[in-house]
Design a protein around this ligand. Structure first.
Ligand code: FES
Length: 154
């Protein structure tokens, strides 16, 4: 869906800004908001481009640079940390050949940290494409990544 089609679903006020950014970023294959799009959104909600930029930089789930088709969010909060989330991150970095904050060269995966995903009692947890995976261990992570790679090749 192109940006102007999303914009017309929301009131032309600054209060709509976060909802518009969320809806549009989710719609884009590369999950980011470009400078041209920032300008168009700012004009639509009748605010400044710097206001849109400040919202984008405040919330970690927004990005102003291209990301992969699948964004892997690994919870970094304490309950997950004490349940070996660092080992999950190491496993993902090894499997994908990237560090946290990077995107694979084929643009398939971006690896990022997230705050609590709401599954602390099943830690460690991560989310990919809106689906949450819990009670993770390295073998489970390998199987999940293989599943996504299979989707891409299907
Ligand atoms: S702390 Fe990781 S899901 Fe809550």
């Amino acid at each position: 869906m192109v940006l102007h089609e999303i914009l017309k679903q929301y009131p032309r006020t600054e209060d709509s800004l976060i909802e518009i950014l969320l809806a549009y970023q989710a719609e884009k294959k590369d999950h980011f908001i470009s400078n041209e799009e920032i300008a168009e959104i700012a004009q639509y909600v009748q605010t400044t481009e710097s206001k849109v930029c400040s919202v984008l930089s405040f919330y970690t789930f927004f990005s102003n640079k291209p990301r992969g088709r699948y964004i892997i969010y690994v919870c970094k909060d304490v309950p997950c940390y004490v349940n070996e989330s660092a080992n999950i991150v190491r496993t993902l970095e090894r499997l994908l050949g990237i560090k946290v904050g990077e995107t694979t060269p084929n643009k398939m995966f971006t690896l990022e940290y997230a705050s609590c995903l709401g599954y602390c009692n099943q830690a460690p947890a991560m989310r990919i494409d809106g689906k949450t995976y819990t009670d993770l261990n390295p073998d489970k992570v390998k199987a999940i990544i293989s599943e996504y790679r299979g989707k891409q090749n299907a």
